[in-house]
Design a protein around this ligand. Structure first.
Ligand SMILES: C[S@@+](CC[C@H](N)C(=O)[O-])C[C@H]1O[C@@H](n2cnc3c(N)ncnc32)[C@H](O)[C@@H]1O
Length: 255
C-alpha cells in the first residue's frame, strides 16, 4: 500500500490547534471576531464557556470582561484545558475537565451573565440537556449563545464524493434547525440568528490536505483521489475555494 503523505493527527488538541491555524489563514472573514461581535459582553461579566477547547473564545472573553469579570471554561480534553491555562497567564479563569453532559454537577449553583458554546454542543449525547443547564445557569438578563456549523460545507462535500461522512458530522450540520431553534423558541420570546458564509481560499494542495487531515471526517484511504481532484482545480483556477457556513443563535433571559 502506498505510504500516506498527509498523516491524520490523532491527538485531538493538536488537531483542533491545526484546524484553527489553517482556518485563520484561509478565511475571508475572521471567524473568532465575528463570534465576539454577536455577543453582548460587559466589563465585569461572568462567562461560562462550554467546550472551550484550547481557548479560541475563552481568551477573548477574558479580554472583554476585565479584572472584575471571570471565565469558567469546561472541556473534555485535559490537554486542551492545559493549553488554555498557559495562554490565560493567571487571569480570572476557572477551568474544569469534564463531560458537558455533567454540566449541572460541575457548575453547581454558579450563575453567569453569558453562557456560550461554540462548535461543541453537538458532541453532547443530549444537547438539549446541556442547553437547559446553560439556560438555568443564567442570571436575570443573562445571554445564551450557541454557535454551530451549518450545511452545506465545502470540505465535507468534497470528502463525501469518495466516502461516507460520520453521522456526528452530518448531524452537526443540521442541528441549527433540528434542535437549536426549537429550543430557543420554547425558552425565549425573541431571539437573534446570525449566519456567516465564510469563503475559504487555498492556493496550495498541501494547505487543503493539511486542513482535511485535521478534520474529523477524513481518512487516508481517499488521499490519492482527493489530491488528484484538488490539484486539477488549483492548476485550472489558481486556487481551491469553498464556503464554510456558521449559524449563531442568541437571546437574553428575562430580568
Ligand atoms: C471543535 S472544538 C471547539 C473548541 C472551541 N470552542 C473552539 O471553537 O475552538 C470542540 C470541543 O468540544 C470538546 N468536547 C467534545 N465532547 C465534549 C463533551 N462531551 N464535554 C465537554 N467537551 C467536549 C472537545 O474536546 C473540543 O475541545
Amino acid at each position: 500500500m502506498k505510504k500516506s503523505k498527509y498523516a491524520v493527527e490523532t491527538n485531538l488538541s493538536n488537531r483542533l490547534k491545526a484546524r484553527l491555524n489553517i482556518n485563520n489563514k484561509v478565511s475571508v472573514v475572521d471567524f473568532q471576531q465575528w463570534v465576539q461581535d454577536q455577543i453582548e459582553i460587559l466589563d465585569g461579566d461572568d462567562i461560562l464557556d462550554v467546550g472551550c477547547g484550547t481557548g479560541a473564545q475563552s481568551l477573548r472573553y477574558l479580554d472583554r470582561v476585565g479584572d472584575k469579570g471571570s471565565v469558567y471554561a469546561i472541556d473534555a480534553m485535559k490537554t486542551s484545558i492545559n493549553q488554555l491555562i498557559e495562554k490565560a497567564k493567571g487571569r480570572n479563569l476557572i477551568t474544569e475537565v469534564g463531560d458537558m453532559m455533567n454540566l449541572s454537577n460541575i457548575i453547581k449553583n454558579r450563575r453567569f451573565n453569558v453562557a456560550a458554546c461554540t462548535y461543541a454542543i453537538y458532541y453532547a449525547s443530549n444537547p438539549k440537556i446541556v442547553m437547559k443547564t446553560m439556560y438555568d445557569s443564567l442570571k436575570p438578563g443573562g445571554r445564551l449563545m450557541i454557535c454551530v456549523p451549518n450545511e452545506p460545507h465545502g470540505l465535507v462535500e468534497l470528502v463525501r464524493r469518495y466516502k461516507s461522512i460520520p453521522s456526528v458530522v452530518l448531524e452537526s450540520l443540521k442541528i441549527s434547525s433540528n434542535l437549536l431553534q426549537p429550543f430557543f423558541d420554547e425558552h425565549f420570546d425573541s431571539y437573534s440568528i446570525s449566519f456567516l458564509k465564510n469563503q475559504q481560499s487555498y492556493n496550495k494542495l498541501d494547505q487543503v490536505m493539511n486542513a482535511l487531515s485535521a478534520s474529523p471526517y477524513y481518512d487516508n484511504s481517499i488521499e490519492e483521489n482527493v489530491c488528484a481532484d484538488i490539484k486539477s482545480i488549483i492548476d485550472k483556477h489558481g486556487s481551491f475555494k469553498f464556503y464554510k457556513r456558521s449559524y449563531l443563535i442568541t437571546s437574553r433571559k428575562k430580568i
